[in-house]
Design a protein around this ligand. Structure first.
Ligand SMILES: *Cc1c(COP(=O)(O)O)cnc(C)c1O
Length: 398
């Protein structure tokens, strides 16, 4: 499931959005068809014993790569940019984070992890990594300088900027410089911004992780993970994923590649619509704070402005204190927002949240209930009208 070369880009110098359309595309390989075939494969046959013993042939076994996986990983590598030495596919975003950590760490190592990290990744560190003899220290995402937290055996630092519930934006270049100065590698969950809006590998990240279940898929119909590595980290990442036998089914790879082709235009809409709704929330009397990286009320906003080229459609608000029943009435009254985990599809979503079980280095006590929104591709005025109905229900319930 790997593609080890992003060198010699066929369309040098094109803008990022163009790479989502052209990346890895080679219709001449597929009789002129725009898209690659979906190759369902395990066995690859050889012409004779000699070829078999020499493993001669472009493809050797389904798990080791197919025309479908190559087309997809080549596209992803081009999108990540010239620093990318290889991309590996995993069955979920969680697996992408876990395997990237596994590839960067040995028994006896120490890892620094941002306290706003995706909850199940925290669980991986506290259980599986701990059993492998790796210790984890969580740190305040807004700390700025991680140098003082580095121990002699700190071999990796794991960032998630912004956090996907509370949206703290981290100073990735500064943290990466501190990590690199002490020989540690930098991993980052880049699902929120994607390489369209944050060029992780250019900002000092060695292993850039995405949940492909979100914007890459874009239609809430697949589970997928992606790790892009620079030349320093690619061999170990490739070895780790390969020896664990991890691979992705051809239909899901195809859906991922299909999603990529429209991802830049979808993100442009999520960006604009999300900002419009976030600004609307900021004017509402019921709202104490809007946690959207493009707004000044979001922790790390100045860093976002410096380092990011856009925002996706996911952000949170903090309501002024109201009883829990009023929060539920607000959410239950919404007709265009589904209540459910995940995000990045075409549809708008909403969930209530707190951080009671997912923080250890910091406490998150914003002074009111947290509600997270994903702004989908519906007409944004319809969404705002729906939210107005929600606030009417909230007022009636308090
Ligand atoms: C959803 C998500 C993941 C996990 O991805 P799955 O594909 O659901 O396993 C990891 N990180 C972030 C920031 C996410 O939002």
């Amino acid at each position: 499931m790997t593609k080890s070369s992003a060198g010699g880009l066929p369309h040098p110098g094109v803008k990022p959005a163009t790479r989502f359309v052209t990346g890895g595309s080679d219709p001449s390989s597929f009789h002129g068809f725009v898209n690659p075939p979906v190759v369902h494969a395990s066995t690859v046959l050889y012409r004779n014993v000699d070829d078999y013993l020499g493993r001669r042939g472009r493809y050797t076994y389904g798990r080791r790569g197919t025309p479908t996986s190559e087309a997809f990983t080549a596209a992803l590598a081009e999108i990540e940019g010239p620093q990318c030495a290889g991309v590996t596919l995993l069955p979920s975003g969680l697996a992408a984070g876990s395997l990237a950590l596994q590839s960067a760490l040995n028994s006896g190592d120490h890892v620094l992890v941002t306290d706003n990290v995706y909850g199940p990744t925290r669980k991986f560190c506290d259980t599986v990594l701990a059993r492998c003899g790796v210790t984890t220290t969580y740190f305040d995402p807004l700390i700025g300088d991680v140098a003082t937290l580095m121990q002699p055996n700190t071999r990796a630092i794991y960032l998630e900027s912004p956090g996907s519930l509370t949206f703290e934006v981290q100073d990735v270049p500064a943290m990466a410089a501190a990590a690199h100065a002490r020989g540690a590698v930098v991993l980052m969950d880049n699902t929120w911004a994607s390489p369209l809006y944050f060029h992780a590998l250019d900002k000092g990240v060695d292993l850039a992780i995405q949940s492909g279940s979100k914007y890459i898929g874009g239609h809430s119909d697949l589970m997928l993970g992606v790790v892009a590595a620079n030349a320093k980290c690619w061999p170990r990442l490739n070895e780790t994923v390969f020896t664990m036998g991890l691979c992705v089914g051809p239909d899901d790879m195809y859906l991922g590649l299909r999603g990529l082709r429209t991802m830049a235009v979808r993100l442009a809409h999520h960006n604009q619509a999300g900002l419009k709704v976030a600004r609307w929330f900021a004017e509402r009397a019921e709202v104490a704070r809007v946690l959207h990286p493009a707004l000044g009320t979001c922790p790390g906003h100045a860093v976002w402005k410096r380092d990011f080229t856009g925002a996706s459609g996911l952000f949170s608000i903090v309501l002024k204190p109201v009883p829990e029943t009023a929060v539920h009435a607000f959410i239950d009254a919404l007709t265009l927002f589904g209540i459910g985990a995940s995000w990045g599809g075409f549809e708008s979503l909403v969930i209530p949240f707190d951080c009671d079980n997912v923080r250890s280095a910091t406490t998150w006590s914003p002074g009111g209930p947290g509600v997270r929104f994903h702004i989908g591709l519906e007409d944004v005025d319809d969404l705002i009208a729906d939210l107005e109905r929600g606030f009417a229900a909230l007022a009636a319930a308090r």
